[in-house]
Every structure is written in C-alpha cells, then in structure tokens.
Design a protein around this ligand. Structure first.
Ligand SMILES: [Zn+2]
Length: 375
C-alpha cells in the first residue's frame, strides 16, 4: 500500500483559508502560519483482479475505485474531508428528503416527454415505474465498453461542464476512468438482450416478481446506463452493481439538456433502482460538507461512514452528523454512540509537543510521515 501526496486539491483548489484547511482545531493551532495541508490519500495502486464482494467491503472501509485504481483519502491530512455516503429508498423517502422541490424537478422532467402518465401519483416508486418507460425517454443497460458515441458525449461534458481543456480529454483517459475495471473474472458473461427486454417491461404491477426478471435481478458488475432522449444518447450513468448495493461511479450528460436537472433525476432513478434490484444501499461516493460541488449528495439523506474501529457506530445518519458544527464546517469528526464528536480526543495533537512529524520539511509537503491514518 502506498501513501500518495498531492498538492493539488480538486475540490477547494487550495483556496481554503489555512485555519480551515486542517482536520482539527488543535492541528490548525499547531500549524498556524506554516502553510496549507496536502491533499493525501492511501493508494492500493492498480488492482488487476478483484471480486465485487471484495470491492463492496472496501467501499465500506472508505475506499473507492477509479478504473482499476483504488484509493482512500486521508482525512487528517487533506484540506477537504471526504466521507463515504450511502442511502436507500426508505432513508430517502421516509426521512423527509423527497421534498417539494425534488418532486417538482421530477414532474418537470417527465412532463417534457410523451411518456405514460400516472395521474396524481405522489410516490417516487410509482412515478418512476410508470413514467420511465416511453418512446421519448428511456434508458438502456449496457456493458462498460468503449464506443465513440459514449466518448464524444464524455468529451462534450468534460469541456462544457468541467471546463477541461480540449487537449486534456482523450479516448484513453475515458477508457481508463470509465470503461476499465478489476471485476472481469468475477462478472462472467451477461445476457444483455434479456436484461434489457426485462428492463423495458418492468412496471408497478410486476416489479416484485423476481422470476419474471430473473436476468435483470441477477445483473452484477460495472454498467453504463445510457439515457436516450428523442432517439439520441443524452446521458450515461456509470454504475457498479454490487452484491448488496449500487455504487455511483460517474454521471455524464449532454450540456444541451442542462435545464432538465439530469443529475437529480439520475440519483432518484438510482435510489429506485436499488429498491427494484433488492439491494440495501445506494453509494454516492464521497460527501464533503463544506464543498459546494459535493454537498448536493446530502439531499438524498442516508448515512456517512464513521472513522473508528471502536465500539462507536460504523455509520452515522447524516441528520446526526449535520447537528455537529465542526462536521458542517468541514472539519474531521468521529461520532460516539451519543452522536458526540470525539475526533479531537482520538486524533488531536498536543500543541506544546515538539513532534517532528508535524514540522514542515519542504513546504508545502506537510506531515512527511503519517503516524496515524484514521481507519
Ligand atoms: Zn481542498
């Protein structure tokens, strides 16, 4: 396992005030005036082979994959704290996150298309299962293979939405990031034709019938869910279908559909998909409370991963976490059984202690040797 340091944070771009860039207040005080923190992660490097079950266990331990590259952020030594976040249909719907605004986005989206109507339905599941199947808008489940039309959409998205330079976007990068995976041995052959036949015939009356959707409900591994709007490829949701969860890898959409709220629509659809495929959780990647680009993940409710092997809970509801001021401000928090933040007790530093590992050797390379990495 390697420890990787980068001085380039893709979230705050090094623009955070120094005092706020540190994980804990005691570290802030100790490092006052000495420079910014690094953007650090543990890396397992390139993983050739891995089972979906192994990956799902690793996600629960704070890891993520980018293609075949596995990494886990070090929350003590990064300027932006990344917490693994997951939700599901019940946590989303029953805890008041299916708000008026979200319903409006959903209604507005489906009203654009000549898809079947579901009357005055208020349930997310009902809306999805009735209105998601039509000629103007539908989705197809495809393997995570490379094709030029997928790549062209990716390129357009990266340039127009993420302001990437045209020269920085290439076929190989797309393939490495969104088509390559370490699960090939584990997944085996998949009958995509039967899966899509079943996918297009699922409805409110039959979705619980596991026999009728035998192929679909056994679907596993990385997929590209392609959104077709008026006959054109309009978006791609890159997903990992895990034994007991669905993990969102990336979502690409055509900038010409910017007014459709496709990001929200895809998350809602995937929450329902988690329910339909009998999975327990929908993993949204990392939640960063003080990053405007990442905070949207909290609007689907759910829970965040807690950083401890102690007797404290492994997952803490977002509701509990958001009651903690330092978490909300982006500091590192670890929650005990009562929902109290104990991170300072566990990982705080003694301000008077003249510990060499906290001294800047070569600015901005701080924390040269990590002694403790929150697990
Ligand atoms: Zn940052």
């Amino acid at each position: 396992m390697d420890y990787v340091k980068s001085t380039n944070c893709g979230y705050c771009h090094g623009k955070k005030r120094e005092a706020q860039s540190w994980a804990l207040e005691s570290i802030s005080k100790k490092m006052e005036g000495k420079g910014y923190s690094n953007n650090c992660s543990l890396s397992n490097g390139i993983v050739d082979e891995m089972s979906l079950k192994e990956y799902e266990d690793q996600i629960k331990d704070g890891w993520r994959r980018s293609g075949t590259y596995m990494y886990k952020p070090d929350l003590l030594r990064s300027c932006c704290r990344q917490y693994t976040i997951r939700t599901n249909y019940d946590m989303f719907v029953n805890n008041g996150h299916f708000t008026h605004n979200t319903r409006k986005t959903l209604r507005k989206f489906y009203n654009k298309f000549n898809n079947p109507s579901c009357g005055n339905s208020k349930s997310l599941l009902e809306t999805y299962l009735t209105r998601d199947r039509g000629d103007d808008f539908y989705t197809v489940l495809l393997p995570n293979t490379f094709s030029m039309d997928k790549y062209e959409l990716y390129k357009k998205y990266q340039i127009h939405v993420h302001n990437d330079e045209e020269d920085d976007v290439n076929e190989e990068g797309f393939w490495r990031f969104l088509c390559d995976d370490p699960f090939k041995e584990d997944v085996g052959p998949i009958d995509w034709l039967s899966i899509n036949r079943e996918w297009s015939s699922i409805s409110l009356d039959n979705y619980k019938d596991d026999d009728k959707f035998e192929n679909l409900k056994k679907l596993r591994g990385p997929i590209h869910e392609c959104y077709i709007i008026n006959g054109e490829l309009a978006a791609i949701s890159v997903l990992d279908i895990l034994p007991d969860g669905i993990s969102s890898v990336y979502f690409i959409w055509d900038p010409k559909h910017a007014n459709l709220g496709l990001g929200t629509i895809s998350a809602l659809r995937e929450i329902v998909m988690t329910q339909i495929l009998n999975k327990s959780y929908y993993y949204l990647g990392f939640f960063i409370p003080d990053c405007s680009k990442m905070v949207y993940k909290g609007k689907y409710g759910g829970e965040i991963r807690n950083f401890t092997k102690m007797k404290t809970p492994k997952w803490v509801s977002l509701e509990t976490a958001m009651k903690c001021e330092s978490f909300k401000e982006g500091r590192f928090a670890v929650f005990d059984n009562e929902g109290k933040d104990v991170a300072e007790d566990m990982y705080g530093v003694d301000i008077k202690d003249n510990d060499k590992s906290l001294v800047i050797v070569n600015k901005p390379c701080l924390f040269p040797k990590p002694r403790v990495v929150p697990c």
